[in-house]
Write a protein that binds this ligand. Structure first.
Ligand code: AHR
Length: 506
């Protein structure tokens, strides 16, 4: 058995600190799209619905994931959204043609309902404003409606809608994917940069405490990447706190080895955005760092064909309902590892999305809520990946795939939680045939012992979970042991792992 393993090494030291992890890297996203809102978080006739119509079974799963922040209301949808349609008496709210996804929006859920849901789900809201069809005025009015205590037109309107206290939303996105031709109201970099700057200025006058996210490229394959970042940041550098990144991956060619390597593309994407931000920082002689908000990331491709069959202008059709495979969960684990290794710059990230739409949580209308394969790496990393990210010094054998060279079989991230006296290693083994035996030098963690080694593995790369049929779920029988200041981790072939150590001896 032993000679069938592939060996790797890692050094982990308390002093090799990347940064305190901002819990908001475990954020997610709910857009008015498909069954995310209607039939997902909101279904008044569902047996578990609370008095506001929110599904308690879904809230329980969101709470299990410990999601710290949820981006809302879009996404592409926000670029033609009139936020005023979604507040006030429900019977007066207009039904609208929703242009991004070509459905009918009933507006039965809007800003205040979403804030209620977020409170019930124990999460904060990251609000996006419409910089597609609208601009400065709608944005500053929405902010006044949400955050101003009272005594003005918009804040008093909120009060008249039953919300006496301001929502105090801290993090705001200045539009969504404004470089994309699919966006209603697409802008050039110059147009967006100017509009985002002026909108930010007005919003900061309304509430100086807010944080703002300037739109980066829609993905790293956009022809204008990274000049979009450079040109827009020329305008927004001093008024924004973050620049956004979005990226989805797929395995259309069925090449698993290449698919698992796609987090290396995410790595390059992050590096390039950091370099571009730092270039503008230098150019402006600025003292300020620009941070990254990776506010859309996931696997998305399974549902592309079936979505073409959906009739336009229906209410809450099943759009973007990817059913995730085992291999998708492994890439999700590696995407999380990649962001944790950049926790000094990536301060916010949103798995896109949270319920039904390219999501870890699925629901049946009127029926069960269930966990997709990708739920698990997200769950463990969110729950146990809190504290300081440590820089693992890795020496791993590598492979070449169609699009990538020198792909390490071992893809780890390491988190030290000083308060809980815990050390957590997350690791994907990208080797499709062989286990990895990893010698991890943990000498600076004297007195620590292995508490658990969770493994997500499956013989079938394409295995999926379905309602009442959980084919892909982790087990706790991972093999790892301590041996004279060394942690030996055995990571089964083609697997995602979490080893959790805790101080057991003084
Ligand atoms: O998350 C689905 C869509 O992907 C979002 O609406 C958009 O921002 C991105 O293109």
């Amino acid at each position: 058995m032993v000679n069938e393993t592939v060996k790797a090494k890692m050094v982990v030291d308390k002093e090799f600190q990347i940064s305190e992890i901002d819990p908001r890297v475990y954020g997610s996203f709910i857009e008015h799209l498909g069954r995310a809102v209607y039939g997902g978080i909101f279904e008044p006739d569902h047996p578990t619905a609370d008095d506001k119509g929110f599904r308690q079974d879904v809230i329980d799963l969101v709470k299990e994931l410990q999601v710290p922040i949820v981006r809302y209301p879009g996404g592409n949808m926000v670029s033609a959204y009139n936020w005023e349609d979604g507040v006030g008496p429900k019977e007066d709210r207009p039904k609208r043609l929703e242009l991004a996804w070509r459905v009918t929006e009933t507006n039965q859920v809007g800003t205040n309902e979403f804030m209620d849901w977020a409170k019930a789900a124990n999460t904060d809201v990251m609000m996006a404003v419409n910089l597609g069809t609208r601009g400065i005025d709608a944005a500053r009015n929405l902010l006044e409606y949400c955050n101003h205590p009272g005594g003005t037109y918009w804040s008093d309107l909120r009060k008249s809608h039953g919300y006496t206290n301001p929502h105090n939303i801290k993090t705001w996105c200045l539009g969504n994917e404004m470089d994309g031709p699919w966006q209603v109201g697409q802008k050039t970099a110059h147009e967006y940069g100017r509009l985002a700057y002026e909108t930010a200025k007005a919003m900061r006058l309304v509430d100086p405490e807010i944080e703002l996210v300037s739109c980066g490229s829609s993905n790293s394959n956009m022809p204008t990447f990274p000049s979009w970042e450079a040109e827009t940041l020329e305008h927004t550098y001093e008024v924004a706190d973050y620049i956004s990144l979005h990226q989805y991956y797929g395995n259309r060619s069925g090449d698993t080895a290449n698919f698992l390597a796609k987090s290396m593309d995410m790595e390059n994407f992050i590096q390039t955005v950091i370099s571009t931000c730092d270039y503008i920082k230098a150019k402006k002689r600025s003292k300020k760092n620009m941070y990254l908000s990776f506010d859309e990331w996931n696997v998305w491709f399974h549902s592309n064909e079936q979505d073409k069959e959906i009739d336009p202008w229906t209410v809450a059709p099943p759009q973007l309902e990817d059913v995730y495979t085992f291999e998708d969960a492994l890439l999700v684990g590696s995407m999380l590892n990649t962001m944790l290794r950049h926790s000094d710059r990536v301060k916010v990230a949103c798995m896109a999305q949270l319920v039904n739409v390219i999501a870890p949580i699925m629901t049946e209308n009127g029926g069960a809520a269930w966990k997709q394969t990708i739920f698990y790496p997200y769950f463990y990393t969110s729950v146990y990946g809190r504290g300081v990210a440590l820089k693992p010094v890795v020496s791993s054998p590598r492979y070449d795939s169609k699009d990538f060279t020198d792909v390490p079989y071992l893809d780890p991230s390491v988190v030290y939680n000083e308060e809980k006296e815990e050390l957590v290693v997350f690791a994907t083994n990208r080797h499709l045939e062989k286990p990895l035996e990893v010698d991890i030098d943990v000498r600076s963690f004297e007195g620590y012992g292995v508490v658990e080694h969770i493994v997500l593995e499956n013989e079938d790369a394409k295995a999926v979970n379905l309602p009442g049929q959980e084919n892909v779920k982790p087990h706790a029988n991972g093999e790892s042991y301590l041996d004279d200041g060394k942690l030996v981790g055995i990571f089964p072939k083609f697997s995602w792992n979490m080893i959790r150590l805790k101080k057991v001896k003084a």
